[in-house]
Design a protein around this ligand. Structure first.
Ligand code: SAH
Length: 190
């Protein structure tokens, strides 16, 4: 396919914003794929903070990282709402990107899902902490119970962000069946 898939688009945005030495946040580690991707973008001198409330997600993320990658990754088993408590000041000054994969962890307990209140709180905090030119990307899976509500609240919120401060876009395939995921990307303006 010539058009980027939703996941490829999400990665392209992160790649454009995050450079060697920067700080990045994976707000929902899940299987660890994005934590690993971010650890490669920030390189040896950067830092990644990965959050997940489930121990199984933290464990599989840990297992995915090489020893070298682990050196620059801090994994935190806590809600992403608490992000401000964990990011060190010297890293906040370099925070250029954050990613969320919403919904449930495939192959795991489908009742453990991201929720509107905590997703929105985490997003607000991350947008505050983010450096100018930085991005927050959300891959919005919404086919599960409660997914619609989260999607609606999120879209409602991001549409209110002031255009003088943020560029906000939605990337979605609009002819696909079965509630495919889509991306919301938010860039903090310089
Ligand atoms: N739906 C995606 C994967 C989403 S994984 C896909 O199909 O690829 C979402 C992860 O978010 C899960 O591992 C879940 O444990 C985690 N999560 C849920 N609520 C959270 C919270 N408040 N803080 C951090 N992680 C959370």
């Amino acid at each position: 396919m010539t058009l980027n898939t939703v996941l490829a688009f999400a990665h392209q945005v992160m790649k454009a914003a995050i450079k060697e030495g920067d700080t990045a946040v994976d707000a929902t580690c899940g299987n660890g794929h994005d934590t690993q991707f971010l650890s490669n973008l920030v390189g040896e001198t950067g830092h990644v903070y990965g959050f997940d409330i489930q121990n199984t997600a933290i464990t599989s993320t840990e297992a995915k990282l090489t020893a070298q990658q682990s050196n620059r990754v801090t994994l935190i088993q806590d809600s992403h709402e608490e992000v401000r408590r964990y990011i060190k000041q010297e890293h906040t000054r370099l925070l250029k990107g954050a990613i969320f994969n919403l919904g449930y962890l495939p192959g795991s307990d489908k009742t453990v899902v991201t929720t509107p209140a905590s997703t929105l709180t985490a997003l607000e905090h991350l947008l505050e902490l983010l450096q100018p030119g930085g991005v927050v990307v959300l891959v919005v899976y919404h086919g599960h119970a409660g997914g619609d509500e989260e999607k609606d609240q999120l879209l409602g919120y991001v549409q209110t962000l002031n255009q003088r401060s943020f560029h906000v876009l939605q990337y979605a395939f609009i002819n696909q069946k079965n509630t495919p995921p889509f991306v919301i990307a938010i860039e903090k303006r310089k």
